[in-house]
Design a protein around this ligand. Structure first.
Ligand code: MIG
Length: 768
């Protein structure tokens, strides 16, 4: 039997197993090293000293652009050939390509093995399905894959990527709505990342059912096209991954405020009433939502004439109360002559089709629907321009739902075409392309204003266009904790702007759970309360007087933290580091971080550690990693690298600040439109090591920051020189804070708290 191809004859249907085989020749041209075997071709590209791309195919499609990647490879690179190998060495990495049979093995520059093909099986095909078997290292752990259930450490688990409308999912369900085929491996004190850029249904097995022998990944079709990341340190790998796939832009400041949603507020009066109640009760909030019932018969880009008769008037009233509105849009376009989007879509041929040219019809909320083919540029343009129906009355946020895409019955026939591909080839990118069309279109028609886009389905790179939420969770403690793990995991895969339905979409949470979940929501990048139709009302005042006070306090806390949070988002735009960070990013080799008792903990920005606690527990074991820590609510001091049992009443979620932590805060405001008292409070917690924080502001609404109209300075704490300082301001914007106050924590005997100084733009230094 030849080594390169054999048929496993025992298989009744005669499924072919084809293996990549031995190298027969290679050449380098235009920055691509092409390697040929009898069965396949491999292409190797270098994107940076720490990023190497390997793509293996039986049959490369000449024009197969990536939805995710926005960078180009470097020009030619050097390699060494010996009788056994072709070696490519960068300052950080060595890729050793074994010739017989073809294998790809990655090493650090110093020669430690990072990741290797399985010596026996390497890459192979069964029909169009391609799989890469890899060596599983002793003690190897895995994090990533984005919106995946299960544990932080994905070792011994297996996952499928197939964007799915997953109502009533459990904390074990897979797949959910999104596809991020990117994971990070941790072993021997080393880190690496691997991104399989392939939109077909894909599979990842981290030693789940291989007797600890191999891990493997693959897809139902397409190329085995992966980017290997060899930077040491998880944060650096995330920086490289988001350098390759893009980073989020500054969100509108208002979208970081409290968001109140429901399926559905049924009329303009109800929307206004809820908004008014927030103002009357002085519970801060920024955003109201309209779910599907604002439309006329669920027709996208229409308003219900009876219940929302004067959208502009409603929006003007909301605006006068400093509220913004987000409206939902689904992809399904109702089949109905005389409906503008239907008529135009038919006339211009904008809908997904069967191969014979007939438009695909599926059932969703409006009944029979066609689905825009977001894979075509002209369709995206058309879709984007249609948002004037919403932006003209004043809508500024656009919620993209059902874009897996969902249709009743779920199984959109495989024969339906999106662009020039069949559904199974690109399904996982449909939601991303809808979000892209929504973002590009609304950005264009909103002048210089930042749109807020929220999407349910996503693929790698979606952070460039949209925030995401984790879909239809349930009102239980297990879902609250799962939600946090999803947020933490999505952060590893470039998504920084994430929310979960606080309180749980389905079911009715207990008042205790609602309070607890809201307190966690204050420390979630997107802070949104949402519930299914028919559930009990969920607004903060629906839970009794005492609970209302607690919920209000936690929302107030969110608003106090906005200067810190906005700067943390700025950090995401620059480095890709998420706002909510699993402890595995910084403490990748600290076993306690992966302990199921502690795996939900996360850093919220640089300085705060948050420990989610079930609503039924009033004390909790918390693991504090390396460093020392203060409880935020009491300034109580703790040394790190220990498990501490702490009080966790519903009024005080366990939140800790790292020693040396710098957290700029503001006074409580009722919305992000309000200026407050104009004093920036720079809180600093004493520590032994110097620390600094990049403080960032801009107008919060426009793209002027792209023209240098922003305000940025470094706040530094130096315990050796006993000083606090602010560097002089970079950028041409003024701060919204005229004055400045340092608030000290854990500095015995030092009293600066009361001193309010002018927030001048030159260097500021105070001695402690
Ligand atoms: O078939 O628009 O996940 O947030 O409220 C359900 C109604 C459709 C699913 C979304 C949910 C939204 C709901 N939608």
């Amino acid at each position: 039997m030849p080594l390169s191809t054999f048929i496993y004859s025992g298989y009744p249907t005669g499924m072919n197993l084809e293996i990549a085989g031995n190298v027969q020749g290679f050449k380098q041209q235009d920055g691509i090293l092409t390697i040929k075997t009898a069965e396949a071709e491999a292409r190797v590209y270098i994107y940076s000293p720490t990023i190497i791309r390997v793509s293996i195919s039986k049959n490369f499609n000449p024009d197969d652009p990536s939805f995710a990647v926005i960078r180009q490879p470097l020009a030619d690179f050097d390699f060494d050939e010996s009788s056994a190998n072709i070696d490519i060495t960068t300052p950080a990495l060595k890729l050793s390509i074994q010739k017989s049979p073809l294998r790809f093995n990655f090493f650090t520059a110093a020669g430690s093995s990072l990741s290797e093909d399985d010596a026996r099986f390497g890459t192979n095909w069964q029909g169009e399905r391609v799989t890469c078997y890899r060596r599983l290292f002793e003690g190897e752990q895995f994090i990533g894959l984005g919106e995946k259930t299960g544990n932080l450490d994905r070792r011994s688990a297996a996952y499928v990527n197939w964007n799915t409308d997953a109502p009533n999912h459990t904390p074990e369900s897979d797949p959910l709505y999104k596809t991020f085929p990117f994971f990070i491996g941790l072993h021997s004190g080393l880190t690496y990342g691997l991104f399989l850029d392939n939109t077909h249904k894909s599979y990842f097995d981290f030693g789940a059912s291989t007797d600890e022998e191999t891990s493997w990944f693959g897809a139902d079709g397409g190329d085995l096209n992966y980017y290997f990341f060899g930077a040491q340190g998880v944060a650096k790998i995330i920086e490289d991954y988001t350098g390759l796939t893009g980073r989020m832009e500054m969100p509108p400041l208002w979208s970081l405020g409290y968001q109140q949603c429901r399926w559905s507020y049924m009329s303009a009066d109800e929307v206004l009433n809820i908004a008014q109640t927030f103002r009357k009760k002085q519970i801060p909030a920024d955003v109201m939502y309209c779910d599907i019932d604002y439309m006329d018969d669920f027709k996208i880009f229409t308003w219900n004439k009876k219940t929302f008769p004067k959208p502009k008037q409603m929006l003007d009233k909301l605006k006068a109360m400093d509220f913004r509105l987000v409206t939902i849009v689904d992809p399904g376009i109702k089949v109905e002559e005389g409906y503008k989007e239907y008529d135009e879509g038919i006339e211009q041929d904008y809908f997904a089709k069967y191969p014979d040219g007939e438009n695909y019809t599926g059932y969703v909320w409006p009944g029979r629907c066609h689905f825009p083919d977001f894979f075509r540029g002209e369709v995206r343009e058309w879709w984007g321009a249609a948002f004037t129906a919403l932006t003209q009355p004043g809508v500024e946020g656009f919620w993209n739902d059902m874009n897996e895409p969902a249709a009743w019955g779920q199984n959109i026939p495989w024969i339906v075409k999106f662009g020039d591909k069949f559904m199974p080839e690109v399904r996982n990118a449909y939601g991303m392309q809808m979000a892209r069309a929504t973002y590009d279109g609304t950005r264009k028609i909103m002048g210089n204003k930042r749109p807020f886009v929220l999407t349910r389905a996503a693929y790698s790179g979606t952070q460039r266009y949209s925030a995401v939420w984790t879909g239809d969770n349930t009102g239980t403690d297990a879902h609250m904790l799962l939600g946090q793990r999803l947020v933490n995991s999505l952060g590893i895969t470039g998504m920084s702007f994430i929310g979960v339905d606080i309180g749980g979409f389905s079911g009715n949470p207990t008042p205790e759970l609602m309070v607890r979940w809201n307190s966690l929501g204050a420390y979630t990048p997107m802070f949104r309360n949402h519930a299914i139709q028919g559930s009990k009302m969920r607004e903060p005042w629906e839970w009794g007087k005492n609970n209302e006070q607690t919920i209000k306090k936690d929302i107030e806390q969110r608003y106090k933290l906005l200067p810190y949070l906005y700067s943390s988002f700025y950090q995401s735009t620059q480095t890709g580091l998420p706002v909510s960070r699993t402890l595995a990013i910084e403490h990748s080799f600290d076993g306690n971080v992966f302990d199921e008792r502690f795996q939900n903990e996360f850093m919220f920005g640089d300085a705060m550690l948050v420990a989610p606690v079930e609503s039924t527990k009033l004390t909790e074991d918390v693991y504090l990693p390396r460093g020392s820590w203060y409880r935020l609510s009491s300034d109580k001091f703790y040394e790190g690298e220990q498990i501490v049992n702490v009080q966790a009443p519903l009024t005080d979620l366990p939140v800790f600040v790292k020693a040396g932590g710098i957290i700029p805060m503001q006074s409580v405001v009722q919305s992000t439109n309000e200026k407050g008292d104009g004093i920036l409070q720079v809180h600093v917690w004493n520590g032994r090591e110097a620390n600094s924080f990049i403080y960032y502001e801009d107008d919060g609404v426009s793209y002027d920051y792209e023209q240098g109209i922003y305000y940025k300075r470094v706040i530094s704490f130096n315990p050796i020189e006993k000083s606090l300082s602010l560097s002089s301001v970079e950028g041409s914007s003024k701060s919204r804070f005229m004055q400045l106050k340092f608030v000290l924590h854990g500095f015995d005997g030092v009293k600066l708290q009361e001193e309010i100084i002018e927030n001048k733009s030159g260097e500021i230094e105070v001695k402690l």
